[in-house]
Design a protein around this ligand. Structure first.
Ligand code: C5P
Length: 218
C-alpha cells in the first residue's frame, strides 16, 4: 500500500492523541484514534448490559458498531458520545475487553479502512506492530507515569471534572500492566519504531520531531 501512514503507539495518557491530531492537521492527513473504537465497544457493553466476558457477544458488538466520526466528535447509534467514552470507567473496561482476540479481530478491518489518500496518522497500542506493520513511520511515545498522571489531571480539571492525582497514577499503573502483559497485541516497542520520551518536551517540540522524522523517511 503506497498511502503513507504514521503510527503513534504508547501507554495511556502519553499524549498520543494530542500529538497524532496535530501532526495529521499539519500534513492534512486523516486521523484515527483507535482507542476510541475500544472505548465505543466498552460503552456499548455498559449500555446494553452484555456480560463483558462473553467473547462472541463482544465481537458482535465490535463488528456492528454503528459509529460516525465527525471532525472531533463521535456518534454511537446517533447519540453524541464524544465525552462519555472518555470516563475512567470506559477506559478501564476498554482495556479489559481489548485483551480478547475476537474483539481485536473484529476491529482490524475497520481500522485499516481509515488508510485513505493523502495519508493517515493513527494512535493506539498496536498500530505499528499489528494493524499497519508496513507504516511509513512508527513512533513509540512515552513519558514517566508521574508526568502522565499530571497531564491527565490537568486535562480533567480544565474540563471541570473532579480528579485525584493518586487515583489517576494508580489507574495508569494498572492500565500499563494490563496493556503490556496481555497475550494478544501487547503494548511494546517494535524494532523498527522510534522511541520518543516526552517527559520534558512541550507539545510543539514533540510535533516538530515527528514531522522531522517523517520528512526524513518519506
Ligand atoms: O488510548 P485509550 O486510552 O483511549 O485506549 C483505551 C484502551 O483500549 C487501552 O487501555 C487499551 O487497552 C485499548 N487499546 C488497544 N489497542 C489500541 C488502542 C487501544 O488495546 N490500538
Amino acid at each position: 500500500d503506497s498511502i503513507p501512514v504514521i503510527t503513534i503507539d504508547g501507554p495511556s495518557a502519553s499524549g498520543k492523541g494530542t500529538i497524532a491530531q496535530l501532526v495529521a492537521k499539519k500534513l492534512a492527513f486523516h486521523y484515527l484514534d483507535s482507542g476510541a473504537l475500544y472505548r465505543l465497544v466498552a460503552l456499548s457493553v455498559i449500555q446494553s448490559n452484555v456480560d463483558s466476558t462473553n467473547e462472541s457477544a463482544l465481537a458482535d458488538i465490535a463488528l456492528n458498531l454503528n459509529v460516525r466520526f465527525h471532525d472531533s466528535s463521535l456518534q454511537l447509534n446517533g447519540e453524541d458520545v464524544t465525552n462519555s467514552i472518555r470516563t475512567e470507567e470506559c477506559g478501564k473496561l476498554a482495556s479489559i475487553i481489548a485483551r480478547q482476540l475476537k474483539v481485536r479481530a473484529a476491529l482490524l478491518q475497520r481500522q485499516r479502512a481509515f488508510r485513505q489518500p493523502p495519508g493517515l496518522v493513527t494512535d493506539g497500542r498496536d498500530m505499528g506492530t499489528v494493524v499497519f506493520p508496513d507504516a511509513t513511520l512508527k513512533i513509540f511515545l512515552t513519558a514517566s507515569a508521574e508526568e502522565r498522571a499530571q497531564r491527565r489531571y490537568k486535562q480533567l480539571i480544565e474540563k471541570g471534572i473532579n480528579a485525584n492525582i493518586q487515583t489517576l497514577l494508580q489507574d495508569i499503573y494498572e492500565r500499563d500492566a494490563r496493556d503490556s502483559t496481555r497475550d494478544i497485541s501487547p503494548l511494546k516497542q517494535g524494532e523498527d519504531t522510534k522511541l520518543l520520551d516526552t517527559t520534558s518536551l512541550s507539545i510543539e517540540e514533540v510535533v516538530n520531531e515527528v514531522l522531522r522524522l517523517y520528512n526524513a523517511c518519506r
